[in-house]
Design a protein around this ligand. Structure first.
Ligand SMILES: Cc1ncc(COP(=O)(O)O)c(C=O)c1O
Length: 386
């Protein structure tokens, strides 16, 4: 395995929320950033930019636009134009702008829980009612979309469907057929889709990310796609992401909703994004090998040592959705592990319906850290049994 990702880096003195929110004896396995340094080429580009020394207002990142266009064409055969890209300082900002742009009084927003917690606030920020189309689990724990329920939940008030693909926290990378079916329903009912694809580069072997809007021009016409290099190259703190909106009218609505509230992104974010997309792919290949190894090791260890905790292999992301419902715990697993193992996960309850009894674990860390978390969990669970 690449040694690069085994390097332990002290993040406590780096303004990291992940490493500073809890007491110092707590091992943080929660918020979705990784413990790895960004690709060396990205660090080098940032150093050169910092050495320049002048940090005035950034202009339009023309070169980054071109690199994004080439990347989407090459990876997905998706052809977009330069004006289709709208930069934003984050994907959460991006989907909240989308909701503001399309909402109408009394409007409704559809989401698919259990899902990334900020999705639950977007409707209310834009004065919309949030309607849930929960994902359903097979007997083996695998998550699927309930299409009948999805269509039934759409009314004449539905303004937007906020899709999460790859899905955080369940780790599904939705298949082309699933996406086509969702889009077909939305198009038939004239619903705008905002597709959060922030995890779209973090895909494990055997799976393929399909940007929803790349499927057909008709779907693209109704879709706002949100992407970023932030999760992929571990540069989330640099706030550089973008929306792709091929429908001019929809794009103008989006730009209008941004006016006076948020601008593009920032100078260092642009530098890092450009270097990441231009030079980061060999690093990304190594990263995916390391993450896949961590994922498989996590699953093997749980199965062998803590079989009461169930995990379905995620198809993408570096997040594992651990089902602790059969562990016989008297309290929420988040509280149990925090108190007894001194390990901080994300609390399943925060992901809405279907999250109770689960925790989300971030395995974007060194194998040493992952092992430490697993050992602590095992000991804590043993104490419950004795
Ligand atoms: C699905 C999803 N969307 C958005 C974000 C955050 O994006 P940003 O930091 O660009 O706002 C996350 C972070 O975990 C995420 O998982």
């Amino acid at each position: 395995m690449p040694k690069l990702f085994d390097r332990e880096i002290d993040r406590k003195k780096s303004d990291s929320i992940k490493w500073n929110l809890y007491d110092s004896d707590v091992l943080p396995m929660w918020v979705a950033d990784m413990d790895f340094a960004a690709p060396p080429t990205v660090i080098q580009a940032l150093k050169s930019r910092v050495e320049h020394g002048v940090f005035g207002y950034a202009g339009d990142p023309v070169e980054l636009r071109r690199v994004i266009i080439d990347r989407l064409a090459e990876k997905y055969g998706w052809s977009i134009k330069t004006e289709d890209i709208v930069f934003t300082p984050g994907v959460v900002v991006g989907f909240n702008i989308a909701a503001q742009a399309v909402s109408k009084p009394g409007g409704e927003l559809i989401i698919q829980p259990p899902v990334y917690p900020p999705f639950f606030k977007t409707g209310s920020y834009a004065e919309m009612v949030t309607v849930e189309n929960p994902l359903i689990q097979d007997g083996d724990g695998y998550y699927r979309i309930n299409f009948n329920d999805f269509e039934q939940k759409i009314t004449e008030k539905t303004c937007m469907f906020l899709l999460c693909n790859p899905h955080n926290p369940v780790g599904r990378v939705f298949k082309r057929e699933e996406l086509e079916r969702l889009a077909e329903i939305c198009l038939r009912h004239n619903v705008v889709i905002c597709s959060d694809e922030i995890h779209g580069d973090l895909i494990f072997k055997g799976h393929q990310h399909v940007p929803l809007a790349s499927i057909s021009p008709d779907i693209a016409n109704k879709t706002i796609t949100l992407m970023a290099p932030s999760k992929t190259f571990n540069i989330a703190g640099l706030d550089c992401s973008f929306a792709i909106i091929q429908n001019k009218e929809l794009r103008e609505q989006y730009l209008k909703a941004m006016k006076g509230i948020t601008g593009n992104t920032n100078m260092l974010g642009i530098t890092a994004a450009l270097a990441a997309y231009q030079t980061g792919d060999p690093w990304l290949e190594d990263l995916m090998m390391y993450l896949q190894d961590n994922r498989d090791y996590l699953k093997r260890t749980l199965d062998a040592d803590m079989p009461e905790i169930k995990m379905v292999l995620p198809e993408g992301t570096y997040l594992a959705w651990l089902d602790c419902r059969q562990a016989g715990l008297k309290e929420a697993p988040y509280d149990f592990f925090l108190k007894n193992a001194r390990v901080a996960f994300n609390n399943g309850d925060a992901f809405g319906s279907g999250g109770k009894g689960f925790v989300r674990m971030n395995f974007g860390c060194t194998r040493v850290t992952l092992n430490e978390a697993l050992n602590r969990m095992k000991l804590a669970l043993q104490k419950v049994k004795n």
